[in-house]
Design a binder for this molecule. Structure first.
Ligand code: PLP
Length: 411
């Protein structure tokens, strides 16, 4: 059954707010999503009834909190079709997940002269950890190009991935152009040459069905806050093959089985992953909120979400074509293999000025480089772009409001 955004909106109290006396139109979902009552209430209920530290106490509350936290792990694992719940590491966000790969796996497996391949369309979070890793390990960075519409060049990828490639880092969906990469194909090419693949799923996992085993990724990172969950909880999926290659990055409580005082020194028996990678008290309430968010997304249906966003993007692109001569799209002109993101500039207007004007109309969009400056430069958007990004509660009427507001700017 098709998704009904008007019904869904009832679950999102923030959407009733007025900004400058106008109904809020929230089109900054690629930055973070709004949260439904179900998620807000699950977090509230946790603090009201189950709050305690996990894996530490033998008392009832600690047991309940531990069960909820581990149930959240199972829920996330089945959501992305991971092998088992142990393949899910809870972190703060996508950025931390990608850095965790660099520090827990990369430092120990990437050697001088090895090559790390990434694309020009990466968010800085999937670029800088690899630049840093290459610096520390004397590895070589290779950048895969895109065409004029921001689509990945598979020919260039085939050329850049060689026998020397140790790691390929690729986004599933660009947070600027909305381009969806065929990460299954990328993985197939990389595996043929023995490379490990890290997929940045920050924009894909919230918006479309994602099956990590079908993709064949070694690692996949995503953030709870972009998928109706709270801030401060994110996920690193680690494949079965890589799990035992992970080293402890942060050490402390929770990452050991035993620590002994032996002959004047300390002897350590480390825990198994994923617990080995979750030092200290984690964001327990955040995991509970994320579990509820996953349940919510599943009840709406990821296929339905994808279809709804395609409809909104199509409507916006059609209206742009009908109404404006001076809109420049930063990304594809069509809806093929593209998520619910449209970045653009209008006339000679600076992106920030456009966004400030839209804000005065109650419309929230993002402006600037969206943490992807190299891609903007490559596509010739040296001042950045304005980005409208959609989610389940956005409506065709809101898209029309955006277009009417932009028309007022031009006038
Ligand atoms: C493609 C992509 N990767 C990584 C990130 C970083 O996510 P976070 O800020 O939650 O760590 C984002 C956030 O916008 C993103 O869009």
């Amino acid at each position: 059954m098709a998704l009904n955004p008007h019904l869904i909106r009832r679950d999102f109290p923030i959407l009733n707010r007025k900004i400058y006396g106008k109904k809020i139109i929230y089109l900054d979902n690629a930055a973070t999503s709004q949260k439904p009552l179900q998620v807000i209430n699950a977090i509230k209920k946790f603090y009201e009834t189950n709050n305690a530290n996990i894996h530490r106490g033998v008392h009832k509350l600690s047991d309940e909190a531990t069960d909820l936290y581990e149930k959240a792990r199972e829920t996330v694992a089945s959501f992305i079709n991971a092998e088992k719940s142990e393949n899910i590491v809870f972190v703060r966000n996508t950025t931390e997940a990608l850095n965790l790969v660099a520090y827990s796996w990369g430092l120990f497996n990437v050697n001088p002269g090895d090559e790390i391949v990434l694309s020009i369309m990466e968010h800085h979070s999937n670029m800088l950890p690899w630049i840093k890793l290459a610096e520390v390990r004397n590895a070589v960075i290779k950048i895969v190009d895109v065409d004029d519409y921001g689509r990945l060049s598979i020919d260039d990828l085939e050329e850049k991935i060689t026998e020397k490639t140790k790691l390929v880092a690729i986004t599933h969906m660009s947070n600027v152009t909305g381009v969806i990469n065929d990460v299954k194909k990328v993985t197939r090419i990389a595996k043929r040459r023995g490379a490990v693949v890290v997929v940045d799923g920050a924009q894909s996992v919230p918006h479309m069905p994602v099956d990590v085993r079908n993709i064949g990724a070694d690692f996949m990172a995503f953030s709870g806050h972009k998928m109706l969950g709270p801030t401060g909880i994110g996920v690193l999926y680690v494949s079965e093959e890589r799990l035992n290659e992970m080293n402890c990055f942060l050490t402390g409580g929770g990452v050991i089985k035993e620590v002994h005082y032996v002959n004047g020194g300390i002897s350590v028996k480390w825990a198994e992953p994923p617990w080995l990678l979750e030092a200290g008290t984690p964001n327990i309430a955040g995991a509970v909120g994320l579990m509820e968010a996953v349940n919510y997304l599943r009840s709406v249906g990821l296929e339905n979400i994808r279809r709804h966003e395609i409809e909104l993007v199509k409507h916006l692109l059609d209206r742009f074509a009908d109404e404006f001569k001076n809109i420049r799209l930063c990304g594809p002109l069509d809806i093929v293999d593209r998520g619910g993101i449209v970045s653009f500039t209008i006339g000679l207007f600076d992106p920030h000025s456009t966004a400030i004007f839209l804000d005065s109309e109650g419309i929230a969009v993002r402006s600037g480089f969206h943490c992807a400056q190299p891609l903007h430069e490559k596509l010739g958007f040296t001042r950045g772009s304005v980005r409208a990004s959609f989610y389940i509660y956005n409506t065709v009427e809101e898209v029309d409001f955006l277009v009417e507001a932009l028309k007022r700017i031009v006038q």
